[in-house]
Design a protein around this ligand. Structure first.
Ligand code: Z5A
Length: 212
């Protein structure tokens, strides 16, 4: 499959949305055709599932949350991500399956084997080329977003929950250093973006070299 699949991950408030937009502009400035998308969401149906996941007005059992995340992902993959990659576009995605490993696995305590079975079923043949993990302590990250207004189901979770999510993200990065690059998100935004630029420019250069 041609194209490049890059995901950006981290707990709430580390700067994912700010930086995926910036990365998309940087890639486009270099003449690369980019699909900028997010999870849960990215297609009309998957965005409806996102609304259910974030704003359900009754209890959502963890197993239902897990299955809905993968249902939204299956739609997103078939209707957006795979066609874009097949057309040679780069896909820049704000969260993907590492978020499920971290939130539903680390945060909610769903079994890792079950998550891997679902991942294998839904996208066993496809994994991100590179994952940029923006990392910051919970107090720093939540300090940037709390007080923004009405909170969704995840934003109402405790600091302990986000601590478990962060630990799981760091464990994934330790296990898969060739795919996951951890970036210190406590640094000023310009410094974070300098680091992201290095990583992304290297990928662009590799791509050019491979296509020669
Ligand atoms: N979820 C899940 O449970 N399982 C899954 O499989 C998936 C998702 C895919 C929605 O995700 C929820 O779905 C999410 C997990 C769950 N809930 N939580 N938590 P989301 O990605 O849409 O939601 P989010 O993480 O809450 O987004 P966010 O709050 O907008 O955070 P962010 O995108 O990382 O941050 P930001 O909006 O770019 O930046 C926040 C503020 O910090 C903003 O004012 C920036 O200007 C500022 N900022 C950014 N960088 C810096 C630096 N370096 N210094 C200072 N200030 C900065």
């Amino acid at each position: 499959m041609s194209g490049r699949f890059i995901t950006v991950e981290g707990i709430e408030g580390v700067g994912k949305s700010t930086n995926v937009r910036w990365l998309a502009e940087r890639l486009r400035a270099r003449g690369i055709d980019v699909l900028l998308t997010r999870e849960p969401g990215g297609t009309p149906l998957a965005e409806r599932l996102r609304d259910v996941l974030l704003h359900a007005d009754e209890a959502v059992p963890p197993v239902a949350e897990l299955l809905l995340m993968f249902a939204a992902r299956a739609v997103h993959l078939e209707n957006q991500i795979r066609p874009a990659l097949a057309a040679g576009r780069w896909v820049l995605c704000d969260r993907f399956t590492d978020a499920t490993r971290a939130y539903q696995g680390g945060g909610r305590g769903e079994a890792g084997e079950r998550i891997e079975q679902l991942a294998d079923w839904v996208h066993g043949d496809l994994s991100p080329t590179r994952t940029l993990l923006l990392d910051a302590p919970v107090d720093v990250a939540l300090g940037r977003t709390r007080g923004r207004g009405s909170e969704d189901r995840f934003e109402r979770e405790s600091r302990a929950f986000f601590g478990r999510v962060r630990e799981r993200y760091l464990a994934i990065a330790a296990r898969e250093p060739a795919r996951v690059v951890t970036v210190d998100a406590t640094a000023p935004l310009a410094e974070v973006q300098d680091r992201l630029a290095q990583i992304i420019d290297e990928l662009v250069e590799n791509e050019k070299y491979n296509n020669q």
